[in-house]
Ligand binder design. Structure first.
Ligand SMILES: Nc1ncnc2c1ncn2[C@@H]1O[C@H](COP(=O)(O)OP(=O)(O)OP(=O)(O)O)[C@@H](O)[C@H]1O
Length: 261
């Protein structure tokens, strides 16, 4: 399938993060003057060393946390209710079957299962788990649990999906497979993604923009554009182009680590 999304500069705006600051307990400056433009269809990675404020930025965008200063402005017709979130832990309900875990976002909105059955089954099919709909989380591998969490985040077809290091605890092969599947899913539902990671390789494979952050205080120090077209395949993962982008992102990350006071 060809990449039919508008070029980076031509995408309509989804949200704007302006001059966001977050201070904890009066003196821990987690974020300072963070500005981020998110456009429809972007796949943005927030890349940076531990403690640079990646999760804090994600929580502020989600509305789960209020900034100390600055603001998040959503473009017309959008709202923070129009998003799905995937955390590092799959956070499934252990007593509920896979299908009930995926139905949860609808259930919380009071929508009966019968009304959204097709959406729930479609989401499970997209993550390759339709045969496991009656299973309990304890019967699944780590990668499968994460697939359920992703299905749950996308079942309402949100415009924006926020992912906080979702694959960090998985082995490398499972992680690469989930990276491939995530891109395929993104094509299928056409959402925007903001993805937090420590991994240069993962960020280059997935994103079209990498926002590199430095710590103390957490701030954006560089944006790296990955202008390779989607779909991205194993061929891309072993190409000189991929290696060149990894070098660029890695240099920026070293700069970020070097800038820690
Ligand atoms: N609730 C909190 N109370 C106090 N300090 C906090 C709180 N949450 C985060 N911090 C601090 O804010 C800074 C940024 O934390 P954050 O978790 O956003 O970083 P991160 O880049 O996501 O780190 P990691 O990659 O290790 O998950 C850190 O110094 C952290 O200790």
């Amino acid at each position: 399938m060809p990449d039919i999304r508008p070029a980076l500069g031509a995408r309509p705006n989804l949200l704007q993060m302006s001059h966001v600051e977050k201070t904890f307990r009066g003196d821990i400056v987690a974020l300072r003057d963070m500005n981020l433009t998110v456009n429809q269809g972007d796949f943005i990675s927030l890349l940076g060393p531990s403690g640079c404020g990646k999760s804090t930025a994600l929580r502020i965008i989600s509305g789960l946390m209020r900034p100390t200063a600055g603001q998040i402005r959503w473009s017309g017709g959008q709202s923070k209710d129009d998003l799905g979130i995937v955390f590092q832990e799959p956070t499934l309900m252990p007593w509920a079957r896979v299908i009930d875990n995926v139905w949860l976002p609808f259930r919380l909105r009071g929508v009966p299962y019968g009304q959204v059955k097709d959406d729930v089954l479609r989401a499970l099919k997209l993550v390759g788990l339709e045969k496991f709909q009656r299973a309990f989380p304890r019967e699944l591998s780590g990668g499968m649990k994460m697939r359920v969490a992703i299905a749950r985040a996308m079942v309402t077809r949100p415009r924006l999906i926020l992912m906080d290091e979702p694959f960090a605890a998985l082995d490398e092969i499972t992680r690469q497979k989930l990276n491939n599947d995530l891109l395929a899913l993104r094509e299928a539902i056409g959402c925007t993604v903001i993805f937090v990671t420590h991994s240069v390789f993962e960020s280059v494979f997935l994103s079209d923009r990498i926002v590199v952050m430095a710590a103390r205080p957490g701030r954006v120090i560089r944006e790296v554009e990955v202008d390779a077209p989607y779909p991205r395949t194993e061929e891309f993962r072993t190409s000189p182009e991929y290696a060149a982008h990894c070098r660029q992102a890695s240099d920026a990350l070293h700069q970020a680590i070097g800038e820690v006071a």
